[in-house]
Design a protein around this ligand. Sequence first.
Ligand code: FAD
Ligand code: NAI
Length: 464
Amino acid sequence: MADTYDYDVLVIGAGPGGYVAAIRAAQLGLKTACAESRETLGGTCLNVGCIPSKAMLHASEYYDAAANGTMAKMGIKVTAELDLDTMHGQRRDAVKQLTGGIEYLFKKNKVEWLKGRAAFTGKDSVEVAGKTVRAKNIVIATGSSVTPLPGVEVDQKVVVDSTGALELAKVPQHLVVIGGGVIGLELGSVWRRLGAKVTVVEYLDQILPGFDGDVRKEAHKIFKKQGLEFKLSTKVTGVVVNGEAATLTVEPAAGGTAETIEADAVLLAIGRKPNTDGLNLEAAGLSVNARGQVEIDHDFATSVPGIWAIGDVAPGLMLAHKAEDEGIAVAENIAGLTGIVNHDIIPSVVYTMPEFAGVGLTEEAAKAKGEIKVGKFPMMANSRAKTNHEPDGFVKIIADAKTDRVVGVWAIASVAGTMIAQAAQAMEFGATSEDIAYTCHAHPTHSEAIKEAAMAVTGKPIHI
Ligand code: FAD
Ligand code: NAI
């Protein structure tokens, strides 16, 4: 008897991985459904991640510029007054518009939204909202959620995770952030700018794990200058909430004398873990690895034919654009095309002011692999950054010493997140530092710092 499937492709999860996979599969002529248990599409990224955090970063940056004298320096006299409700309102509005946009795209591309939590009932079948559906291909794109910390209970009032930290109804007097990673620094910056005292407690001796060593050091300096306080090499062993106050117990990471910190808000941001609870992977013959991820091969295929996995639930960086690219690639592989993602060239960006961005190898990792040449150019010497009163930061280009091929680019600049796309593209095309140095860059732009850093690889920048 011929197999009868309800769908060619069923995607579980409508985050940037899942919704993109579903749309591309439908574009390729496959009958596609996407199961999503949230009220709105777009996953963590659109609902409680990338988009709302950037909405708060953008608005708080304006407030800060008005309140800290940056505007006055440019001849604009204002008295800053915070209207937090309106700030939250514009954040919710951005989320509503963008999640609604995905619903429109599903309709336009004829992707069926199966509303509810999905759980496997077999290798090619899934139950969603009491109904069992069969699909020839199933893509697991269930994303990730906050890593818990024993002794720290998130109540979303005093002790919050990133979702709660986006929603605080008033500016805390003292926010303690547990974890000096991307979330801690972005959301810590938001509340610092709005007037909170912010202390970041980080287990390691440096913030921003995964970033280039120079960038990590400079980031620490810049955030300290902006008023964030840091307790590095320190671990939180417990938080006790009493009414609207919290007492954190911390001790040196290596062990030693404990001390307490008083706060009226605590943000837990020590990483995220893949979402597989309740998915009943066993029914499909799948299990997770030691990190809780669904293992895949180069084509995003799991060990069970017809089941695929992408995004935060699969190994690799937990980033929206990585999930999106994997979504396109997996759909193309399912359709019999060749979907590829180059995991060596995935940019990372911290969207603070300035932004911290990088792509490819850190200087430390590149050195460990072989001989390199490094060119660096300070934003202080970039005419546009200087004119805009944005002196902090630099661009650093790391090239292979023999071939001159660029293996890593790191940038700290107000628009580093936008600048890094050029570096990613150059690296994708196999560019040498000379290729970048001899590419004409518009003047005056922050991007000229990339050209100058490339010129510095051979020791010949013009403006320093
Ligand atoms: P997700 O976006 O997590 O989506 C998975 C979806 O699956 C969810 O909607 C969930 O409800 C659904 N789901 C799970 N299980 C089931 C089930 N059994 N049945 C039905 N549905 C299910 N990344 C960036 O690149 N840039 C940023 O600026 C950025 N900012 C961030 C800020 C914050 C505060 C956070 C928390 C994250 C941020 N990220 C950012 C990370 C980014 O959000 C994730 O990497 C991205 O959302 C992962 O996409 P995904 O599709 O794999 O999963
Ligand atoms: P993270 O991995 O970036 O940082 C977590 C930090 O917490 C690390 O520095 C770690 O050393 C520290 N830590 C771990 N345990 C600790 C403990 N017990 N006490 C003190 N510190 C401890 O994770 P984060 O910030 O939670 O972000 C999760 C994910 O979301 C990241 O993978 C990131 O890629 C993604 N994200 C991306 C953003 C972006 O692209 N701009 C923005 C926000 C999140």
